[in-house]
Design a protein around this ligand. Structure first.
Ligand SMILES: O=c1[nH]cnc2c1ncn2[C@H]1C[C@H](O)[C@@H](COP(=O)(O)OP(=O)(O)O)O1
Length: 228
C-alpha cells in the first residue's frame, strides 16, 4: 500500500534519502469565457504520459541536481520550454507531497517526495508554449499527448442540475499519475481559481458512485451509442 500526504515546505526540506520529483502546472485565463454557458475560470496544461496516465510536465531529480535545476531540464526535454524567457522559481512553489510505501513487516517507509509548482502565463504565451511542445525531445515517446483542461465554475443553473459536475468533475474521474490530481486541486485553490469548497464539491461528485454513474451516463459516448 502507498500513502501520499501533503507536507509543508519546511518538512520537505528536512527529507533526504528519498527519490525527489518536481512538476509544474502552466495555466492561463482562457480566451473562450464559457462552455455551454458555464464560465471557464482557467485552462491548465497537462500531458498524456506513455503509461496512459495524466500528469504535469516535470520528472525525477537526478544525482547532483537541485529541484529547480531538475525542473528546468525536464521542461526543456518535455516541452522545449525556453527557460530563460519563462523561468520557474521558488516563488512558483505550491506544495509538496510525500509518498510512504508499506514494507513487508507492515511499517511505512518514505519513498518519494514530489514538489509542485504553478506558473500563470498570458494566454498568447500559453498557446505559443503549447504548440512548441511538438518540437520537444521527449515528444512522442515519453509524452503521447498534450492536454488542455478547462477548469469550470460550479454553476447552480438547470444544466448543472441535469449534468452534475459535467466538465471539470467529469475530468477528475480520469486516471492521474501518483498525486497529480491532488497537486492540481492544491494549485487551483492556491491560485484563487476555485475555492476549497468548490474543489471539494467537484471531488465529491467525481468519487461518489451514484454521481459518477450520472456523469458517465450523461456523456456524448452514451448519446452516440443510442443514436444509431
Ligand atoms: O504530474 C505529476 N505529479 C506527480 N507525480 C508525477 C507526475 N508526473 C509523473 N510523476 C511521478 C512518476 C514518477 O514517479 C516520477 C517521475 O515521473 P516521470 O515523468 O516518469 O519522470 P522522468 O521524466 O522519467 O524523470 O514522478
Amino acid at each position: 500500500m502507498e500513502i501520499w500526504t501533503k507536507i509543508s515546505k519546511d518538512e520537505a526540506d528536512e527529507i533526504t534519502d528519498v527519490v525527489k520529483a518536481a512538476h509544474c502546472a502552466f495555466w492561463c485565463e482562457p480566451e473562450t469565457k464559457t462552455i455551454r454557458n458555464t464560465p471557464v475560470k482557467a485552462i491548465l496544461m497537462m500531458q498524456l504520459r506513455s503509461d496512459g496516465l495524466l500528469g504535469f510536465p516535470g520528472g525525477v531529480v537526478d544525482v547532483g541536481e537541485t529541484v529547480l535545476e531538475c525542473l528546468k531540464r525536464e521542461l526543456r526535454e518535455e516541452m522545449a520550454l525556453d527557460n530563460a524567457r519563462f523561468p520557474v522559481g521558488e516563488d512558483n512553489w505550491v506544495c509538496a507531497h510525500l509518498r510512504q510505501t508499506e514494507q513487508l513487516d507492515g511499517s511505512f517507509k518514505n519513498t518519494q517526495l514530489s514538489h509542485f509548482f504553478s506558473k500563470k502565463l498570458d494566454k498568447e504565451v500559453f498557446y505559443e508554449i503549447e504548440k512548441r511542445q511538438l518540437e520537444a525531445e521527449h515528444w512522442g515517446y515519453e509524452i503521447f499527448g498534450l492536454i488542455r483542461a478547462p477548469v469550470l465554475e460550479i454553476t447552480t443553473g438547470s444544466v448543472a442540475q441535469k449534468y452534475p459536475g459535467r466538465g471539470f468533475g467529469w475530468f477528475l474521474t480520469q486516471s492521474f499519475i501518483h498525486c497529480a490530481r491532488e497537486q492540481m486541486a492544491e494549485m487551483i485553490i492556491y491560485e484563487g481559481i476555485l475555492t476549497k469548497d468548490e474543489i471539494d464539491r467537484y471531488f465529491e461528485m467525481s468519487q461518489n458512485p451514484e454521481l459518477r454513474e450520472k456523469l458517465i451516463n450523461s456523456s456524448c459516448l452514451t448519446e452516440n451509442k443510442t443514436r444509431k
